[in-house]
Design a protein around this ligand. Structure first.
Ligand code: ARG
Length: 467
């Protein structure tokens, strides 16, 4: 069995060594990115006059054929292919002969791997951001449809103040806007070419990393070749961006689980987006929401696993860095499944506005509004708080109707009673960003504008089907 480094070795690799160290089973999905990196490197070698025009044509044609073999799934792997990069180089050499043997000039797998991985991450982050925007669009659509319907707003999972259903849904959408920001910000830092860093120190050949960076559409090249081959910050950041996005999906999922329970009964799940039970005939389960919650544990694990792998590595490349790929691919794959599933789930929810409003119309929902009415009449808030809290206590303990007590109180009276009518309290939440109809309408317009701006920023680059 012949390896890329066989010149230095008297013996071929042991089967156990290859079995433990190979990354081909998972880095195969970097094939197209590696081919792009190879083509840019070949053109760089031409610019440096290391490859003549004939060699360049031969190697580019071989790379084209390799791509075709991957696309048609006819690429023949050899036992010694320890990763996708070695497999491609081996095949190019088979196809292009002596010209193919020049492909790796001035390049190491260390800069090669980092280049392919950055191309992959850059596209993946864009695709995830697009899917997040898709989910936000559905949240905004459902918020628009919810119109003036309201529900209890909670703190400590206890009724706090009524809010529009739209306000609650958009709270999740705004959190997702920060995820889009983070994904794009991380993409900016991934958008740096490591090609030309070589094994760790650059090269004695006249390579021009600025030109290969441009060729690959990177915004810039590395500043330091040792940093270029050992930096996996962009992977860690991508994993964090997915983990926090997962936390948001998990919180949204958790609410849908609660809301679809018999006790809340705020929403009914669509048949196509829920599952039944193998034993209990009556069940309709919120499995998408539960897995959004469950998979977030994995996203967090992928992030912490990588950080632990990175934390003590000396400069520059170490094989530990190969451990960046599985968590990355896993988080990207799973979040790209979670987002459309959550989108469909929310798009098809059947809201029971009647139950939501009834829950929000409890007599105590307007307690703080009563205190604020007293404030408007010149009473300090602390005093007003004590008065209203006293009335609530009396109502709860004495079984008297709160409205009656409010009516009898000299600083409240009829105006106070009016606040207790269904839907009145929510309409009084008028401050910017607040939960009443006025500020919510403004929020909707702003979110809509933000979504168009963000889709524009994200662009159309996607990962495409895994090879
Ligand atoms: N598959 C390896 C990786 O993912 C390739 C790099 C190996 N480089 C080396 N110097 N052994 O990192």
């Amino acid at each position: 069995m012949s390896t890329l480094w066989h010149g230095r070795f008297g013996e071929g690799p042991a089967a156990e060594m290859l079995a433990f160290t190979a990354s081909l089973p998972y880095d195969i999905r970097l094939a197209y990115d590696d081919l792009d990196g190879c083509r840019a490197h070949v053109r760089g070698l031409e610019r440096a006059s290391i490859l003549g025009p004939d060699d360049v044509d031969t190697v580019l044609a071989a790379l084209g054929q390799v791509e075709e073999e991957f696309r048609s799934r006819s690429f023949d792997f050899s036992e010694s292919d320890e990763d996708v990069h070695t497999a491609i180089e081996r095949r190019v050499t088979e196809l292009a002969g002596p010209a193919g043997a020049k492909l790796h000039t001035g390049r190491s797998r260390n800069d090669q791997v980092a280049t392919a991985l950055r191309l992959y991450v850059r596209r993946g982050l864009g695709e995830i951001a697009q899917a997040v925007i898709g989910l936000q669009e559905v949240l905004l659509k459902r918020a628009t449809e919810a119109g003036g319907h309201y529900m209890p707003g909670y703190t400590h999972l206890q009724h706090a103040q009524p809010v529009l259903v739209a306000h609650h849904l958009m709270a999740h959408a705004w959190a997702l806007s920060r995820d889009v920001d983070r994904l794009l910000d991380c993409r900016r830092r991934a958008d740096v070419s490591p090609l030309g860093a070589g094994a760790l120190a650059g090269s004695s050949l006249a390579l021009q990393p600025d030109e290969t960076a441009k060729d690959l559409g990177f915004s810039s090249r590395f500043e330091n070749s040792m940093d270029a081959v050992s930096d996996r910050d962009f992977v860690a950041e991508a994993l964090f961006a997915v983990a926090l996005l997962g936390v948001h999906l998990s919180r949204l999922g958790e609410e849908l689980i609660l809301w679809s329970s018999d006790e809340f009964g705020f929403v009914r799940l669509h048949d196509a987006y829920s599952t039944g039970s193998s034993m209990l005939p009556q069940k309709k389960n919120p499995d998408i929401a539960e897995l959004a919650r469950g998979k977030t544990g994995r996203f967090i694990g992928n992030l912490t696993g990588l950080l632990a792998a990175l934390k003590s590595l000396p400069l520059a490349y170490n094989r530990d860095l190969q451990e960046d790929k599985e968590p990355l691919f896993d988080s990207f794959d799973q979040v790209l499944l979670a987002l459309p599933a959550m989108k469909g789930l929310i798009d098809t929810l059947d809201f029971d506005y009647g139950r939501m409003q009834a829950a929000a119309d409890g007599p105590q929902a307007a307690a703080v509004d009563l205190a604020e009415l007293m404030v408007a009449r010149g009473i300090p808030f602390r005093e007003a708080h004590v008065v209203v809290a006293g009335l609530v206590r009396e109502a709860v303990q004495g079984g008297t109707d709160l409205a009656e007590l409010v009516e009898r109180h000299p600083a409240l009276g009829e105006d106070g009673v009016a606040l207790l009518q269904p839907g009145v309290a929510v309409s009084r939440h008028t401050t910017p960003g607040g939960g009443g109809p006025g500020p919510v309408a403004i929020q909707m317009r702003r979110l809509q504008a933000r979504l168009s701006e963000d889709s524009h920023r994200v662009g159309g680059e996607v990962l495409g089907p895994p090879s």
